[in-house]
Design a protein around this ligand. Sequence first.
Ligand SMILES: [Zn+2]
Ligand SMILES: [Zn+2]
Length: 292
Amino acid sequence: MLSLRRFRPLYGVCRRAQIGYFPRSRKLATLNAVESTYGVSRLEILPGIHTLPSVKWSRAYLIEGDTLALVDAGPPWGARNILKYIRKIGREPEELSHLLVTHAHPDHIGSASSVAKKTGARVIAHRADTKRRGNGASLNYMGVLGSLPVPLPFFERTPVATLVDEGDVLPIAGGIRVIHTPGHTPGSVCFLEEGTGSLFSGDTIFSDGERVSRSVPFPGYDAEAYRTSLARLATLDFDAICGGHGALLKSGGAGKLQELLEARPELPTWRQFFRSIPRRIKKSQSMTGEEI
Ligand SMILES: [Zn+2]
Ligand SMILES: [Zn+2]
């Protein structure tokens, strides 16, 4: 007799592929619970905060309120799916008022230009990850590449409407505070939704759903600035961590970052990252290439 149980593993694979790099853990169970409440297309991981299932490799988040705001836009070719998700939850792409950029690495801003053009959203970023062009500024993909005289294929220039800095409060979701956390890139920022204590941390810190981890060195990485940013971040009051890769940490974010800095004050290296891969595979943890 045909048993449905035989198809369960296949279903698991399909679900993981659909939602990206969330590890198979209780976080996935939480997501599924939310999905069953709202229907399969809605991935509201915290009240008013969605993770975009169509954005692969990195993570992008949609903040839903009177208007909509997007935190990062993922790699290129993702704009169509982002707009599709907005429609699926019963909203219109034109309601997207802001596109918040945590930093200008291509896996986070590849679709930013296209999303901004199609929705009219204002792109918001820190000056240090932009390049001055004429009277305005546009996102600077990565130091050298951003200085090229012509745009790279598939990476259109993204004009920035608002340059933000430390302490600015954006009029989104009851107030989102900008925390300048240079290190991973000079213009890396975290966005703190003050009402809920949710931190959109980009590639400054990540989580696998239980622990906090840090970025490994990339071109443009400044170890000293990064160390200072992490120490300061650990003194702030935040609960959930919505990282640029990995899984959602639902609570205790600041405390877990403090614990990490006390237990392992040295910054992670690529050597440590590569050595950790077998353990990560074994534990089915998120594999992003940027965290440890
Ligand atoms: Zn990055
Ligand atoms: Zn990244």
